[in-house]
Each structure stands twice: as C-alpha cells, then as structure tokens.
Design a protein around this ligand. Structure first.
Ligand SMILES: Nc1ncnc2c1ncn2[C@@H]1O[C@H](COP(=O)(O)OP(=O)(O)OP(=O)(O)O)[C@@H](O)[C@H]1O
Length: 135
C-alpha cells in the first residue's frame, strides 16, 4: 500500500454513531421524496390537494380528532403514492421489456393508491361534509 494515496480510508465519512446513522437515513428519505416530486408530475397534484385540504381545515376550524383523521388520510395517500413510485422504478429496472408480471405489479401498486385515495375521499366527506351541509 502506498503511503501517499489521496483516497480516503474505506468507510471514511460514513455515519458511525446511532444518531449519525438515523440522521443519514432521514436524509435519504427526504432525498427520496424530493426525487419523487421531481420525476412524478402527479405528485404536484397531491401537493396542491394537500394545501387545499389544510386551508379548508383552517377555514372550517376542525376539531382535534378531525385534524387527526385528515392528517392520517393525507399521509396515507402520500405514502401509497411514494410506494407506487418506488415499485414502478423497481419494475422498470428489472423488467424494461414487456412482461405480464411487470404489468400486474404496476397495476396492483396503482390499485393500492386508488383504494387509499377512495378511503381518504370518504374521510374528507365525513369530516368536511357537516361543515357545508348542516341540516
Ligand atoms: N414492463 C411492462 N410490462 C407490462 N406492462 C407494463 C409494463 N410497464 C407498464 N406496463 C403497463 O402499463 C401501465 C402504465 O405503466 P406506466 O409505467 O406508464 O405507469 P403509469 O400508470 O403511467 O404511472 P406514472 O404516470 O406514475 O408513470 C401499467 O399499469 C401496466 O399495466
């Protein structure tokens, strides 16, 4: 081994403590959300819808449990969308050519988003409905 090497030793710069590793994982996760936002245009629709729901919640003066239901629903939709994006990327990586299983994987992942989105829509109706359609 040469003593004048400019290469850092293996593992240099890598997080070593538990806190550093957690911080690095958090950074990876934030980078993932950023990458999805840059590549998936429809996530901008979700961002706009999220902003609209938060604004509507403030306007209506939601109660604590109503905010909890809305937050859970919004988070579930974002989570499902991000997982769908990840699955699409993996499918494109392992099966760039047409394959029925690749198609099924993408369809099922998209179906998961649809199910969560419909549930969120139901929660939205139950939470916001009474504020606009009081009898
Ligand atoms: N490699 C493949 N093999 C077979 N069918 C595929 C393949 N890739 C995509 N498909 C089919 O085409 C559909 C659309 O795939 P695509 O990758 O365009 O996703 P998308 O629904 O347009 O999502 P996004 O707009 O987020 O990219 C899939 O749901 C699937 O039915």
């Amino acid at each position: 081994m040469t003593t004048g090497s400019k290469l850092p030793p293996a593992g240099a710069g890598r997080p070593t403590t538990l806190l550093q590793r957690r911080a690095a994982s958090f950074g990876h996760a934030v980078r993932g959300v950023g990458a999805a936002l840059r590549t998936e245009v429809h996530l901008w629709f979700h961002a706009a819808a999220t902003a609209a729901v938060l604004g509507l919640g403030l306007y209506c003066g939601l109660q604590r449990w109503e905010w909890a239901a809305v937050a859970l629903s919004v988070g579930a939709v974002w989570g499902a969308e991000l997982l769908n994006t990840a699955i699409e990327a993996v499918v494109d990586l392992v099966s760039p050519e047409y394959h029925p299983l690749a198609g099924r994987a993408k369809d099922v992942a998209a179906g998961a988003v649809l199910v969560v989105a419909l549930a969120a829509l139901a929660v939205g109706g139950l939470v916001f409905g009474p504020y606009f359609f009081r009898s």
